[in-house]
Design a protein around this ligand. Sequence first.
Ligand SMILES: Nc1nc2c(ncn2[C@@H]2O[C@H](COP(=O)(O)OP(=O)(O)OP(=O)(O)O)[C@@H](O)[C@H]2O)c(=O)[nH]1
Ligand SMILES: [Mg+2]
Length: 365
Amino acid sequence: MFDNPRFIMVGGFLGAGKTTTVARLAHHYQSAGKRVVIVTNDQATDLVDTNSLRSQGFDVGEVAGSCFCCNFNELTNTVERLGVDQRPDIIIAEPVGSCTDLVATVIRPLQHIYAEPFDIAPYGVILKPSHGLKILKKTGKGGFSPQAEYIFRKQIEEADFVILNRIDELPQETVAELQSLIAETFPGIPCLLMSATTGQGFEKVCEHLEQNGEFGKRVMDVDYDIYAQGEAELGWLNAQISVQSELAFDLDSFLMRLLDQVSQSLASSAAEVAHLKVIGMVDGHYAVANLVSSASAAKLSIGSKAQTKLADVVINARVAIDPESLTQAIRESVRTVCDQFQVEETINTLQSFRPGRPVPTHRLI
Ligand SMILES: Nc1nc2c(ncn2[C@@H]2O[C@H](COP(=O)(O)OP(=O)(O)OP(=O)(O)O)[C@@H](O)[C@H]2O)c(=O)[nH]1
Ligand SMILES: [Mg+2]
């Protein structure tokens, strides 16, 4: 199909559906006989996404500790490590959902500085309807500060095309409203409709990604002070926990109960959830549960049906709240739910912080 490895980056806000889309793309290209590798990214270690994609059998490298743009060399080193045994045909990269300016800091440096030739696919950015509707309508009730909303809008402004996701659960009139808001706010950027969960519209997304041409040309003006303030508004928490009990417990119910408890605990401080996700793993079984906004309900995205006496649990939380309050909410919720399930917990790692100011390795305009 392509002579050089094809580099596909899928952007979009926290909880937009990037990992779900990445898994679908990886499966699609693997089924066509391609060697696919995936690169995940986060400000810290212990990623739900890496564990989830590896559990699904994909070859995943991780850039953890800073975003692709601020650690460009680690992105290329990771891609090279994934290609040591066999050159990949397709590289799929998922950037951090609070990052923007990725055309200038990742795509253009890959095109113009990195020595290895890649075919760069059009840059698709997924629009998250739950926050997008409020932010693009400028209601002032998007749940985030104007600085975080700035990031949301900038992410779409630099896209070669927008993917309006979750159409399986959107009424037709909401889809139409979002389409006209996108056309008005970002004139000239094509918008495709998709459900990453059901696969509706996925073929069109693949067709779009397979176009040849010069992409990644929408370099923008970005105010890094506003961008840094928007990112720093989010409390970030990654934790890895071992749980065990004398009696077998239901892993899926445990994860769902945990998300409900955290959500309840955060509701009292009116802190907007950008994405709260957990994975539970035991002996080849795994389950993933997510909460993508304060107004929605937690969802078991991947069920395990496992009854188990032990499990490893990874929690990733991105919430508009200070990291100390987030840590307290998570610790208390873990304790409460473990008591309810008569499970003993050991918190092996827990990091919480506000993302630091983005300082890109390269910025090509
Ligand atoms: N109903 C529905 N749910 C979806 C769709 N796409 C993703 N989701 C759900 O949305 C949640 C978040 O999806 P992810 O793919 O983890 O989102 P993400 O953009 O990778 O999130 P971050 O990596 O945290 O930024 C999960 O519960 C998914 O199952 C969709 O098309 N329809
Ligand atoms: Mg993800």
